[in-house]
Write a protein that binds this ligand. Structure first.
Ligand SMILES: NC(=O)c1ccc[n+]([C@@H]2O[C@H](COP(=O)([O-])OP(=O)(O)OC[C@H]3O[C@@H](n4cnc5c(N)ncnc54)[C@H](O)[C@@H]3O)[C@@H](O)[C@H]2O)c1
Ligand SMILES: [Zn+2]
Ligand SMILES: [Zn+2]
Length: 394
């Protein structure tokens, strides 16, 4: 089969690789029909190289048609249409029972001290072959894949794999009071969808911050009050002026470790990039390597007693955070990978009618054949050509 594989920093290729096969009785094989490119893939493309192996298949936002199931998969049959959550979870352990599927105890990557295994996401998360490929082996298929109806185009359901549950969890964890205010930092797919979910769930005021003009105007088109962080002197002050001088009830960080405008982390990333892999790995796992501009801004602008909900991915273990401010302001901080399965029952009804309240049918900006994925990675990383959400069609 053809698959998108990692070969080095900013070097991904389409290779011909062996077809996957059923290895465990709980596996399924899915023929992928659509598969998303994610901001999380950009971390692999840029900084997480030390944790990848040459030839690793990337991608964690797939959907498609079941081709084959293992003997213990009784809920799926060949021909079923399924969306595959980006985290691999069993459905029967303590963590899955508590709605913490991203911490699944059956698939936790113990030797790395990590949570649940993820598709296409480094040795830290199990080095499981990913979904930017023609075929995908899905472990724990007795629980993970979400069956969706035939009929609507793939984009109606595709974002159940990651964007929708991640945005939903970001808002749920933000604990926005009914009619209250929330600021969302980063208006990529996750941040923009979080704005839409917050509006849908009854937030009274949604403020979005970014620096890419077409992303700001896209969110403005959905009724978000936007701030260009590069165009104002003090984004925190600008947000306070919009929120009675107090700051919003909640702030969502939808940027993560590669925030623009964070010089120290940028240097650490660059240095790590120049080191031999073994050394860089150690440095990344023991040092503060994240670019913390977005998280620091979140802590600064949230109102006293408010909540900061972090969906942007961070990876350093010794990042300097402003504990004085966090403690003094009595901030609640919640974060983590999305527990995809936990939010599916909330989301599916919103994808079932004609109304499309979250606007998923028109969410993607680019549909490209998988063969053109390497170019799409480059365009998406540079945020050129209006690339907002790219979907590959294997
Ligand atoms: N928690 C999860 O389960 C989960 C799931 C999916 C994605 N993510 C993470 O969420 C983050 C966002 O994902 P995405 O797909 O939307 O990525 P993206 O890269 O498309 O979007 C990030 C946005 O942040 C903006 N930005 C950068 N620096 C900023 C700053 N200092 N202030 C304001 N805006 C800034 C960028 O211009 C961009 O529009 C990434 O870190 C991704 O890894 C987490
Ligand atoms: Zn993703
Ligand atoms: Zn589990």
């Amino acid at each position: 089969m053809k698959a998108l594989t990692w070969h080095g920093k900013r070097d991904v290729r389409i290779d011909t690789v062996p077809d996957p096969a059923i290895e465990q009785p709980t596996d399924a094989i899915v023929r992928v029909t659509s598969t998303g490119l994610c901001g999380s893939d950009l971390h692999l493309y840029e900084v997480l190289g030390p944790f990848l192996g040459e030839g690793d298949i990337l991608g964690h936002e797939p959907m498609g048609i079941v081709e084959e199931v293992g003997s213990e998969v009784s809920n799926l049959s060949p021909g079923d249409r399924v969306v595959v959550p980006f985290n691999i979870s069993c459905g029967h352990c303590f963590m899955c029972g508590h709605g913490l599927q991203s911490q699944c105890e059956t698939t936790q990557v113990l030797e790395q001290g990590s949570g649940a295994a993820l598709f296409g996401y480094t040795k830290l998360y199990g080095q499981v072959p990913g979904g930017q490929a023609e075929l995908l082996r899905v472990p724990q298929a007795q629980y993970g894949p979400i069956k969706v109806p035939q009929g609507p185009a793939d984009d109606r359901f595709l974002f159940l794999s990651d964007v929708l549950p991640t945005a939903w969890q970001a808002v749920a964890y933000a604990n926005v009071p009914n009619g209250g205010s929330v600021a969302v930092i980063g208006l990529g797919p996750i941040g923009e969808m979080a704005c839409r979910v917050a509006q849908h769930l009854g937030a009274g005021q949604v403020i979005g911050l970014d620096l890419v003009p077409d992303r700001l105007s896209r969110s403005r088109g959905h009724g978000v009050e936007t701030i260009d962080v590069d165009a104002v002197d003090d984004p925190a002050q600008t947000v306070r002026e919009l929120t009675d001088g107090r700051g919003p009830d909640a702030v969502i960080d939808a940027v993560g470790m590669e925030a623009h405008g964070a010089p120290f982390g940028k240097m650490a990333h660059t240095l790590a990039g120049l080191m031999p892999d073994a050394v860089a790995k150690k440095v990344m796992l023991t040092a503060g390597v994240d670019r913390l501009a977005a998280l620091n801004l979140a802590i600064e602008i949230v109102r006293r007693g408010g909540t900061v909900s972090v969906s942007g991915v961070y990876g350093g273990t010794a990042d300097p955070l402003n504990m004085l401010q966090m403690f003094d302001k009595q901030i609640t901080l919640r974060m983590g990978q999305a527990n995809v399965r936990r939010w599916v029952d909330d989301l599916l009804p919103l994808l079932s009618g004609d109304e499309d309240p979250l606007g998923v049918d028109t969410f993607a900006t680019h549909h490209v054949p998988l063969s053109e994925a390497p170019q799409a990675y480059a365009t998406f990383q540079k945020k050129e050509d209006g690339a907002f959400k790219v979907v590959f069609r294997p």
